[in-house]
Unconditional design. Structure first.
Length: 365
C-alpha cells in the first residue's frame, strides 16, 4: 500500500486487459495505482504504461521480474488460459493478492494447484466472472437467495454465438487456451447458473463437443463477426454441450458455440426453473409465475444485457463493479464475491464435458 492505495502489477496487456480491466481500474484511481506492466510483446506493455500507469511505472517481459517488486500488493493475471496456474501460483507464493481472468485454469489439476497456493499464502484470490455484476444477474441472485423461485431444480445456461469466432490472439489454439467456446464463454454462463442456484456439487456430466464448422468453412464463406478465421489452423471445438446432474438432483443444460447454424445468439444468459417460479434472460430479465390462477410474467426494471455476436466488449458497468468489489475486498470493505472454491467447480465441470465427449461416456464425480 502507498498513500492508502493498492499497488497493482499487470501480467498480460492484450485484449481483455485493454477492453475490460484497464478502463475499470482507471476509474478507481483513488483506490489503486498501476505500477508495473508485463507482456511478451514489450510494445503492448509500454503502451499500457503510457495510457494507464503511474509516471514511474515499470515494464517487463518476464513476469518473475515483476513479482520481485516488493511494493506490489496485487497482481492481475490476464494471459492465455494455460498460463493462469503458473503465474497465479507464483504471485501468491510471492505474497501478492491475485485477480485471475476466467476460466480459473485450463485443467482441474491446475485449478487445484492454485487453490493449494491460495490456502498456503494467506492472500486473496478471485476469478474474473464479471457477469455476476450485471443488473439482471444481481437482481436474480438476490431473488433466488430470498427463496422467491422456490427449489431450483432445472437450469439452462446459454453461451451461443451464431458466428462469433475470435480471430485475434490465441483463441483458436488449443495448446494455449485448452479449448474453444466452452472454456471461453461457456464458463461465464455455467458460473451464473451455479451461483444463482448456490449449488456446487456435481454428480454426473454428459457432454458432446463438435469440431465441424471451424475447419469446414472456407474463409470466403464464414460470415464471422470478427473477420475470417484460418480454418487450416483452427484446432478447438466450434460448439459444445453438456448436461450436468448435481448431487441434490438439480440439472443444468449448458450450450456453447462460436459458430453454429442457429437463428440468434444468446450469450451469458440463464433460464432457471423452480417450484415457486422461473426466470429467463431471453428479452431482459423475466420472472415467470402464476398470479390469481393466471400465468403471469414479472419484468424487473434492470438493464438488459444484449451482447449479440459481440466478441470483445459489452463489459460496461459490470466490469466497473467487479473491479470495485475486488479492491473493496482487499481493503476490507466487503466480502469476496467470486470465490476460488466456486470457480474450481466450473473448471471441473467444463473438463468433464470435454472428457465425456472424447471418451463417449458419462463422467461421474
Amino acid at each position: 500500500m502507498k498513500n492508502g492505495k493498492i499497488q497493482i502489477g499487470i501480467v498480460g496487456c492484450g485484449g481483455i486487459a485493454n477492453g475490460k480491466h484497464f478502463p475499470a481500474l482507471a476509474k478507481l484511481g483513488d483506490q489503486c495505482d498501476l505500477i508495473a506492466f508485463c507482456d511478451l510483446v514489450p510494445e503492448r506493455a509500454e503502451r499500457a504504461k503510457k495510457d494507464y500507469g503511474t509516471a514511474d511505472a515499470r515494464v517487463f517481459t518476464d513476469y518473475h521480474d515483476l513479482l520481485n517488486m516488493d511494493e506490489i500488493d496485487e497482481i492481475h493475471v490476464l494471459t492465455p488460459n494455460v498460463s493462469h496456474c503458473e503465474i497465479t501460483c507464483a504471485a501468491l507464493n510471492a505474497g501478492k493478492h491475485v485477480m485471475c481472468e476466467k476460466p480459473m485454469a485450463a485443467t482441474p489439476a491446475d485449478a487445484h494447484r492454485m487453490i493449494e497456493a491460495y490456502h498456503k499464502s494467506g492472500k486473496k484470490l478471485t476469478i474474473g466472472y464479471q457477469n455476476r455484476f450485471r443488473d439482471d444477474s444481481l437482481f436474480l441472485k438476490k431473488y433466488c437467495d430470498e427463496g422467491s423461485l422456490g427449489e431450483i431444480y432445472f437450469a439452462k445456461a446459454y453461451a451461443l454465438r451464431r458466428r462469433g469466432v475470435p480471430t485475434w490472439g490465441v483463441f483458436t489454439d488449443k495448446s494455449k487456451q485448452g479449448g474453444g467456446p466452452l472454456i471461453d464463454i461457456g464458463t461465464h454462463s455455467l458460473d451464473l447458473a451455479l451461483w444463482c442456484m448456490d449449488c456446487y456439487k456435481p454428480r454426473t456430466v454428459l457432454g458432446a463437443s463438435y469440431e465441424k464448422l471451424g475447419r469446414l468453412l472456407a474463409p470466403d464463406n464464414q460470415g464471422n463477426g470478427g473477420g475470417s478465421w484460418d480454418n487450416a489452423t483452427y484446432d478447438v471445438e466450434d460448439s459444445a454441450f453438456g448436461y450436468i446432474v448435481m448431487d441434490n438432483g438439480a440439472s443444468i443444460f449448458l450450450q456453447s458455440s462460436w459458430a453454429l447454424n442457429i437463428d440468434d445468439s444468446r450469450q451469458a444468459k440463464i433460464t432457471l426453473c423452480g417450484t415457486k417460479a422461473g426466470s429467463d434472460m431471453n428479452d431482459g430479465l423475466r420472472i415467470n409465475t402464476v398470479m390469481q390462477n393466471k400465468q403471469a410474467m414479472i419484468l424487473p426494471k434492470t438493464d438488459t444485457y444484449r451482447p449479440g455476436d459481440n466478441l470483445l466488449g459489452g463489459f460496461g458497468i459490470a466490469a466497473d463493479r467487479e473491479s470495485e468489489a475486488w479492491l473493496g475486498a482487499l481493503l476490507g470493505k466487503n466480502e469476496l464475491v467470486v470465490k476460488p472454491e466456486q470457480a474450481i467447480v466450473v473448471t471441473e465441470i467444463l473438463d468433464a464435458i470435454y472428457r465425456s465427449s472424447a471418451e463417449k461416456r458419462a463422467i461421474d464425480f
